[in-house]
Design a protein around this ligand. Sequence first.
Ligand code: SF4
Length: 200
Amino acid sequence: MMPVKDEISIHASKVIQYDVHRKKWSDCERCDLGNRARHHVLGRGQIPADVLFIGEGPGRHEDQRGYAFVGAAGKILQSALELLESTYCVTWFLSNLVACRPCETSISPNRAPRSLEVVKCQPRIEELLELVEPKIVIVLGSIPKSFLTDAPYLRSYFTRTAPHPAWVCYNGGTDSAAYQTFINVITNAIDSFIVEGSAL
Ligand code: SF4
């Protein structure tokens, strides 16, 4: 039985570890983004999970609600996840390079996270890997890819990159060729993991 904490389902064996993680990071001010955030967005999904998706950073919707990928891009990703669940029975967890919305002020538009912010938030990602114990890590988009390619703490994980679901939004949504490309990249990642002899 997985106790449900809002949009995070946690196996009993992971509850204490998750609570330590949440208390440590939910009011973190290691970088300036923490002062401006309405919520520190640690993620959503299941702990542990087969696949950990790492995006760029929370947007305005995520900042307001406190969960990762709940805006327009999140709807695209959710649709893909439902397909993965029915095809592979995978479990998943979603998070971002930084837990707080990258912006100049609380009313400014979203921006990309800066190097220093990513560096400050990196220990949270390392903890998240220990917590989620993913078999596959999928890095979403070019900015996370630029920070995470060759990251030493990802070396022991089966890691692949995919377009960010926001790219699908900008290119026609779930009825588009972009969406099919997005699905193909993610399913190819899972298929390669299985072909290499590992079971989900
Ligand atoms: S982005 Fe990460 S390092 Fe910066 S304040 Fe938020 S939780 Fe802390």
